[in-house]
Design a protein around this ligand. Sequence first.
Ligand SMILES: NC(=O)C1=CN([C@@H]2O[C@H](COP(=O)(O)OP(=O)(O)OC[C@H]3O[C@@H](n4cnc5c(N)ncnc54)[C@H](OP(=O)(O)O)[C@@H]3O)[C@@H](O)[C@H]2O)C=CC1
Ligand SMILES: Nc1nc(=O)c2c([nH]1)NC[C@@H]1CN(c3ccc(C(=O)N[C@@H](CCC(=O)O)C(=O)O)cc3)C=[N+]21
Length: 285
Amino acid sequence: MSKTLILDGLRVAREIHQQTQKRAQKLREQGIVPCLATVLVGDDPASHTYVRMKGKACEKYGLSSIRIQLPTETTTEELVAKIEELNQDERVHGILLQHPVPSQIDERKAFETIALHKDVDGVTSHGYGEVSMGFGEFPSCTPAGIMAILDYYQIPIEGKHAVVIGRSPILGKPASQLLLNRNATVTVCHSRTVDLANHVSQADIIIAAVGKPRFVQGDWVKPGTVIIDAGYNKGNIGDVDYEACFSKASAITPVPGGPGPVTIAILLKHTVDAAERMLNRLVYK
Ligand SMILES: NC(=O)C1=CN([C@@H]2O[C@H](COP(=O)(O)OP(=O)(O)OC[C@H]3O[C@@H](n4cnc5c(N)ncnc54)[C@H](OP(=O)(O)O)[C@@H]3O)[C@@H](O)[C@H]2O)C=CC1
Ligand SMILES: Nc1nc(=O)c2c([nH]1)NC[C@@H]1CN(c3ccc(C(=O)N[C@@H](CCC(=O)O)C(=O)O)cc3)C=[N+]21
């Protein structure tokens, strides 16, 4: 058996960040500071950690960030009003509403409020629709990060059978569309899928996006499969049984150090994209 390639998300993220940093510097020289607004509702400790990581990354690579923290008992109307305010705020180029929000809030409605040109996290149905049609500007960050990993390691996608496990609006569903647009043959599995192991065993590329620790079993995996583990569960544990799948896979992402860091790199890149676009509008108006 040939050796399994470890797909190093930190390396991919570093390369993206380097480009972002240069572009952010150029924008600053022209008087624009690319700015990401993060919105966090409630006090879930894991969400706090993610949002803090995103803010820190902004600082490190020359972006600014505005952090909005709303109380757990926030209503849909209050959250929508806050997002509308950020839509109007000219200093803000990108808006990230951290998922999940407390259960009394209509999360979909809140996501849909984000202005398309500020939807750097790819959560609106408008943004998703454009991306699915193949001309969207900001695909959801984790799916875009998964594609960046595959491309960095020059893993062929066209004609391959990709099996995506999960169909959530910001992960499984957009990931399946991006793969489809790159001419993969895509199977999307979910909680009602019958005989999941059988589907997974036919994959050339597995995208695990389930939210269940070590869910994907070694004996489901065909030898030579490329495995992308997008899961990020409590205790930094992925959705793939890494030890059992490692020897079967031709390439595999670890957790941590897989799609997670690339997600943040894409988020910052999209924010700089949005800021550049705003500058171009000012110049050519
Ligand atoms: N690294 C990163 O940047 C990110 C990581 N994540 C991680 O990815 C994972 C998934 O997140 P997310 O998509 O938001 O989660 P969701 O809970 O929104 O979606 C989970 C998906 O998995 C499916 N599923 C659940 N149980 C099973 C099962 N037994 N068999 C087959 N499919 C199943 C669900 O099916 P159904 O639709 O039928 O309910 C659903 O489509 C989590 O670990 C999360 O932490 C998420 C976002 C970003
Ligand atoms: N609107 C929205 N967009 C998101 O993109 C989004 C979200 N909501 N809600 C939560 C999930 C989760 N998520 C992660 C991002 C980075 C890491 C990450 O960088 N993880 C590091 C480890 C970090 C650590 O040290 O804990 C790694 O995997 O190596 C993980 C998880 C984005 N999410």
